[in-house]
Design a protein around this ligand. Structure first.
Ligand SMILES: C[S@@+](CC[C@H](N)C(=O)[O-])C[C@H]1O[C@@H](n2cnc3c(N)ncnc32)[C@H](O)[C@@H]1O
Length: 161
Protein backbone atom coordinates (compact mmCIF):
# COMPACT_ATOMS: atom_id res chain seq x y z
CA UNK A 1 0.00 0.00 0.00
CA UNK A 2 1.35 3.46 -0.85
CA UNK A 3 1.51 6.21 1.76
CA UNK A 4 -1.30 7.97 -0.11
CA UNK A 5 -3.52 4.88 0.09
CA UNK A 6 -2.65 4.50 3.76
CA UNK A 7 -3.60 8.10 4.42
CA UNK A 8 -6.92 7.69 2.59
CA UNK A 9 -7.62 4.64 4.76
CA UNK A 10 -6.85 6.76 7.85
CA UNK A 11 -9.18 9.49 6.53
CA UNK A 12 -11.97 6.92 6.00
CA UNK A 13 -14.00 9.18 3.68
CA UNK A 14 -17.76 8.63 3.71
CA UNK A 15 -20.16 9.16 0.79
CA UNK A 16 -21.43 12.74 0.71
CA UNK A 17 -18.81 14.14 3.08
CA UNK A 18 -17.19 17.45 2.13
CA UNK A 19 -13.41 16.95 2.05
CA UNK A 20 -10.60 19.38 1.22
CA UNK A 21 -7.30 18.04 -0.19
CA UNK A 22 -4.57 20.57 0.67
CA UNK A 23 -1.54 20.55 -1.66
CA UNK A 24 -3.38 18.23 -4.07
CA UNK A 25 -0.85 18.52 -6.93
CA UNK A 26 -2.16 16.84 -10.10
CA UNK A 27 -5.07 15.41 -8.13
CA UNK A 28 -4.56 11.65 -8.28
CA UNK A 29 -5.30 11.15 -4.58
CA UNK A 30 -8.10 13.74 -4.73
CA UNK A 31 -9.71 11.58 -7.43
CA UNK A 32 -9.28 8.44 -5.32
CA UNK A 33 -11.12 10.17 -2.47
CA UNK A 34 -13.85 11.30 -4.89
CA UNK A 35 -14.26 7.68 -6.00
CA UNK A 36 -15.47 6.81 -2.48
CA UNK A 37 -18.49 9.08 -3.01
CA UNK A 38 -17.18 12.02 -0.97
CA UNK A 39 -17.49 15.56 -2.33
CA UNK A 40 -13.83 16.51 -2.56
CA UNK A 41 -12.16 19.81 -3.41
CA UNK A 42 -8.46 20.07 -4.26
CA UNK A 43 -6.37 23.10 -3.29
CA UNK A 44 -2.89 23.88 -4.56
CA UNK A 45 -0.80 26.97 -5.21
CA UNK A 46 0.68 25.63 -8.45
CA UNK A 47 -1.32 26.77 -11.49
CA UNK A 48 0.61 24.28 -13.63
CA UNK A 49 -0.24 21.28 -11.45
CA UNK A 50 -3.87 22.36 -11.03
CA UNK A 51 -4.26 22.67 -14.79
CA UNK A 52 -3.20 19.02 -15.05
CA UNK A 53 -5.67 18.14 -12.30
CA UNK A 54 -8.52 19.97 -14.09
CA UNK A 55 -7.74 18.21 -17.37
CA UNK A 56 -7.53 14.79 -15.76
CA UNK A 57 -10.48 15.07 -13.38
CA UNK A 58 -12.92 17.74 -14.69
CA UNK A 59 -15.83 16.99 -12.31
CA UNK A 60 -13.78 17.80 -9.20
CA UNK A 61 -13.69 21.35 -7.80
CA UNK A 62 -10.19 22.86 -7.70
CA UNK A 63 -9.04 25.92 -5.74
CA UNK A 64 -5.93 27.78 -6.87
CA UNK A 65 -4.54 29.30 -3.67
CA UNK A 66 -1.59 29.48 -1.34
CA UNK A 67 -2.74 27.59 1.74
CA UNK A 68 -0.91 30.02 4.04
CA UNK A 69 -2.78 32.99 2.54
CA UNK A 70 -6.18 31.58 1.50
CA UNK A 71 -9.29 32.78 3.32
CA UNK A 72 -10.65 29.59 4.92
CA UNK A 73 -14.25 28.46 4.49
CA UNK A 74 -15.31 26.33 7.49
CA UNK A 75 -17.47 23.95 5.47
CA UNK A 76 -15.47 20.72 5.39
CA UNK A 77 -16.06 17.52 7.32
CA UNK A 78 -12.41 16.63 6.87
CA UNK A 79 -9.13 18.00 5.55
CA UNK A 80 -6.70 15.61 3.85
CA UNK A 81 -3.13 16.52 3.00
CA UNK A 82 -0.62 14.04 1.64
CA UNK A 83 3.07 14.93 1.41
CA UNK A 84 2.37 18.65 1.28
CA UNK A 85 2.55 20.32 4.71
CA UNK A 86 6.34 20.14 4.84
CA UNK A 87 6.51 21.57 1.30
CA UNK A 88 4.14 24.34 2.28
CA UNK A 89 6.67 25.02 5.04
CA UNK A 90 5.81 26.73 8.31
CA UNK A 91 3.98 23.51 9.12
CA UNK A 92 3.06 24.73 12.61
CA UNK A 93 1.29 27.73 11.05
CA UNK A 94 -0.27 25.43 8.46
CA UNK A 95 -1.58 23.19 11.27
CA UNK A 96 -3.28 26.18 12.87
CA UNK A 97 -4.84 27.12 9.53
CA UNK A 98 -6.19 23.59 8.98
CA UNK A 99 -9.01 23.99 11.50
CA UNK A 100 -10.24 27.18 9.79
CA UNK A 101 -11.56 24.93 7.01
CA UNK A 102 -13.30 22.45 9.30
CA UNK A 103 -16.80 22.27 10.64
CA UNK A 104 -16.91 21.80 14.43
CA UNK A 105 -16.10 18.15 15.10
CA UNK A 106 -14.27 17.86 11.79
CA UNK A 107 -11.15 15.76 11.33
CA UNK A 108 -7.82 15.79 9.53
CA UNK A 109 -5.62 13.12 8.00
CA UNK A 110 -2.21 14.51 7.09
CA UNK A 111 1.15 13.10 6.13
CA UNK A 112 4.62 14.54 5.99
CA UNK A 113 7.23 12.90 3.81
CA UNK A 114 6.79 9.50 2.29
CA UNK A 115 6.94 10.01 -1.45
CA UNK A 116 10.03 8.36 -2.94
CA UNK A 117 13.34 7.30 -1.37
CA UNK A 118 15.05 10.28 -3.07
CA UNK A 119 12.48 12.69 -1.71
CA UNK A 120 12.61 10.98 1.68
CA UNK A 121 16.30 11.86 1.80
CA UNK A 122 15.46 15.50 1.10
CA UNK A 123 12.81 15.24 3.77
CA UNK A 124 15.19 14.23 6.54
CA UNK A 125 14.21 17.45 8.30
CA UNK A 126 10.79 16.09 9.20
CA UNK A 127 9.61 16.71 12.76
CA UNK A 128 9.54 13.82 15.21
CA UNK A 129 6.18 12.19 15.97
CA UNK A 130 6.28 13.87 19.39
CA UNK A 131 6.92 17.27 17.83
CA UNK A 132 4.11 16.79 15.30
CA UNK A 133 1.73 15.70 18.05
CA UNK A 134 2.68 18.79 20.07
CA UNK A 135 2.13 21.03 17.03
CA UNK A 136 -1.31 19.57 16.38
CA UNK A 137 -2.29 19.85 20.05
CA UNK A 138 -1.04 23.44 20.18
CA UNK A 139 -3.21 24.16 17.13
CA UNK A 140 -6.21 22.86 19.12
CA UNK A 141 -6.53 19.36 17.71
CA UNK A 142 -7.25 16.19 19.62
CA UNK A 143 -4.69 13.77 18.21
CA UNK A 144 -6.20 10.37 17.42
CA UNK A 145 -3.20 8.61 15.93
CA UNK A 146 0.33 9.19 14.64
CA UNK A 147 2.26 6.57 12.67
CA UNK A 148 5.94 7.32 12.36
CA UNK A 149 8.61 5.58 10.30
CA UNK A 150 11.80 6.80 8.63
CA UNK A 151 10.88 9.57 6.17
CA UNK A 152 7.14 9.32 6.83
CA UNK A 153 4.64 10.62 9.37
CA UNK A 154 0.90 9.91 9.12
CA UNK A 155 -1.44 11.66 11.54
CA UNK A 156 -5.17 11.66 12.25
CA UNK A 157 -6.71 14.28 14.54
CA UNK A 158 -10.05 15.89 15.40
CA UNK A 159 -11.14 19.46 15.83
CA UNK A 160 -13.22 19.36 19.02
CA UNK A 161 -16.84 20.57 18.93
C1 LIG B 1 4.99 16.64 -2.99
S1 LIG B 1 3.57 17.38 -3.67
C2 LIG B 1 2.23 16.34 -3.11
C3 LIG B 1 1.07 16.35 -4.09
C4 LIG B 1 -0.08 15.39 -3.74
N1 LIG B 1 -0.65 15.69 -2.44
C5 LIG B 1 0.41 13.96 -3.78
O1 LIG B 1 0.60 13.35 -2.73
O2 LIG B 1 0.61 13.44 -4.88
C6 LIG B 1 3.38 18.86 -2.64
C7 LIG B 1 2.28 19.78 -3.15
O3 LIG B 1 2.13 20.88 -2.25
C8 LIG B 1 1.85 22.03 -3.02
N2 LIG B 1 2.15 23.22 -2.22
C9 LIG B 1 3.37 23.59 -1.73
N3 LIG B 1 3.25 24.75 -1.05
C10 LIG B 1 1.93 25.11 -1.10
C11 LIG B 1 1.19 26.21 -0.57
N4 LIG B 1 1.77 27.17 0.14
N5 LIG B 1 -0.14 26.25 -0.78
C12 LIG B 1 -0.76 25.27 -1.51
N6 LIG B 1 -0.10 24.20 -2.03
C13 LIG B 1 1.22 24.14 -1.83
C14 LIG B 1 2.75 21.87 -4.24
O4 LIG B 1 2.35 22.70 -5.31
C15 LIG B 1 2.59 20.39 -4.52
O5 LIG B 1 1.50 20.14 -5.39
Amino acid sequence: MTSGERLIALLAPQPGEQILDVGCGIGDLTAQIAATGAQVTGLDHSAVLLEQARLRYPPITWIHADFLLAEPAPIYDAVFSHAALHWIGHYAEAAVRLHGWLRPGGRIAVSLGGLTPALAMMESGLPSATALEGTLRAAGFEVVRIDSEPGLLLAAARWPR
